[in-house]
Design a protein around this ligand. Structure first.
Ligand SMILES: *Cc1c(COP(=O)(O)O)cnc(C)c1O
Length: 359
């Protein structure tokens, strides 16, 4: 078997330990004589899985009891529409902080459904900083404030939680489970699975229960958080395989000591990679030091004509998916939970070696 070090931004690496359980489980899951993909989502085994996944998510993230935990389909992108549809009427105002491409997309989607106002916008710096919170032009009466705690493309992460007394709605797709968070500070948290949770096809949504009743009348059933909350996310046939993998990932993170322990490893991984980049004149990262991402680390080569060679040689060395997003250029190393410290060390060694031969 030969596994590469996969630095993909998403769908991203999964823990090898989880993949091995899946391989073993496939033909006969829990003595059912079937794979998990072939059993009824209403049957005893799957209903138990769903309950366990929720309990483990609650325990890992410390989700208070007055929050619902939902597992819809549609990814984070569908939640960009579901947030305004579940929290506003067409004349209501919702505030959006735009610190990257995903936040911009969320604001654009919300504008179709309510008065979505961009109250801070970091596009003037090509998304390399977070505008000072005191400069945000917040509405007097907003239904919520939406922001993106980690912007996956530019690698910009909030290391604080915004204040104010309206519900916070956070797209945590690329930072969820990377360290402990204080869920009680949020109204809604949503995250597509394919970065830190599991395979694409399932979404984690955490909603404070009192917000469930703000949904628009006649909202589409499958776009209504309350419908998921009332049916244990069995609103229609759920993405059973993705849910099963998410359950295994939650269990795996618990076995590793929970999010404190996971966060400590992630902090170390990110800080040694940034240290290597900052120590070199050959590589650089354009993001302000106070908002650098722990999960997505973009870096550019001083000589962009070496990009193709870097990608070719890194890939040949078993370090894959390092090409940066076209809006940023250069490279991006996504170092989610399943990317080991050993993988980051291998990348740092490769970078030093490449610099030595080409610098
Ligand atoms: C990947 C990502 C998305 C898109 O997720 P989908 O599940 O593909 O809809 C949205 N927001 C952020 C922050 C992401 O990282």
């Amino acid at each position: 078997m030969s596994r590469v070090y996969n630095f993909s931004a998403g769908p991203a690496a999964l823990p090898l330990e989880v993949l091995e359980i899946i391989r073993n489980d496939i033909p006969d899951w829990q003595g059912t004589g079937m794979s998990v993909m072939e059993v009824s989502h209403r049957g005893k085994h799957f209903v138990e899985l769903a309950a366990r996944a929720e309990a483990n998510a609650r325990q890992l993230l410390g989700i208070p009891s007055d929050y619902s935990v939902l597992f819809p389909q549609g990814g984070a992108t569908l939640q960009m529409a579901m947030a305004p549809l579940n929290l506003t009427r067409p004349d209501d105002t919702a505030d959006y902080v735009v610190t990257g491409s995903w936040g911009k997309k969320a604001a654009g989607e919300a504008k179709k459904f309510c008065n979505a106002r961009v109250v801070a916008d970091a596009s003037d710096s090509n998304f390399t900083h977070i505008p000072d919170e005191s400069s945000w032009d917040r509405s007097a009466k907003a239904a919520y404030l939406h922001y993106t705690p980690n912007e996956t493309i530019a690698g910009v992460e909030f290391h604080f939680i915004p204040g104010g007394d309206v519900p916070l709605v956070a797209d945590m797709s690329s930072t969820i489970l990377s360290r402990p968070i204080d869920v009680s500070r949020f109204g809604v948290i949503y995250a597509g699975a394919q970065k830190n949770i599991g395979p694409a096809g399932i979404t984690l949504v955490i909603v404070r229960n009192e917000l469930l009743d703000k949904v628009r009348p006649n909202n589409a059933h499958l776009m209504t958080w309350k419908a998921y909350a009332e049916s244990d996310s069995m609103t229609n046939t759920p993405p059973t395989f993705a849910w099963y993998v998410a359950d295994l990932v939650f269990q795996y993170l618990k076995d590793r000591g929970g999010l404190e322990a996971v966060g400590e490893v992630n902090r170390r991984k990110a800080s040694k990679l940034y240290a290597a980049i900052d120590a070199s004149a050959f590589y650089s990262n354009p993001v302000s030091k106070d908002c650098r991402s722990w999960m997505n680390v973009p870096f550019i080569l001083a000589d962009a004509s070496l990009d193709a060679k870097f990608l070719e040689e890194s890939s040949a060395a078993g370090l894959t998916n390092l090409k940066g997003h076209r809006s940023v250029g250069g490279m991006r190393a996504s170092i989610y939970n399943a990317v080991t410290e050993e993988a980051v060390d291998a990348l740092i060694d490769f970078m030093a070696d490449f610099e030595k031969h080409n610098g």
